[in-house]
Design a binder for this molecule. Sequence first.
Ligand code: NI
Length: 175
Amino acid sequence: MAVKELVTWGDPNLYRQSESVDSSEWNILPELIGDLRDTMNAAGGIGIAAPQIGVLKKVAIIGFEKSDRYPGKEPIPETVLINPEIEILSNSVLGNWEGCLSVPGMRGYVERSDHISLRYQNIDGETVIRELTGFPSVVVQHECDHLDGVIFPMRISDFSRFGPEETVRGRPDYS
Ligand code: NI
């Protein structure tokens, strides 16, 4: 396993649709998941998706115990998501100053549904269905967006709330 170079915004591969992992490809997963985990942890991230290391497959990891990037947030247990799909369960939204390992140094205020149903396969190929609320639901939506070629700046509705982290974190509306 290895720490991979992150694909950053502007690279066309970050805006492409990823493909599902079919059962004949399961053998690629141990190395891919290991690379994703190593790269995420080396960068201090709380989630990462395969396109961010140049692999256009529907695989992502979320989870952290303690994050300097998101100091106020409750831990999320590490979860590997294979072929994740989301269903939005609520129109009520939660706003967060999001960042992304592929958009280094930047933060933007993004509103997303605060209640989703998540369906994915685990490493054993079993289908898992979970309901998520709050920040974990936001993190999952951010990672699933990567698998559809969408990065968080494309979700910002008010560009006055987008900028370098070192600048925006001094704002009274930053949290
Ligand atoms: Ni991201």
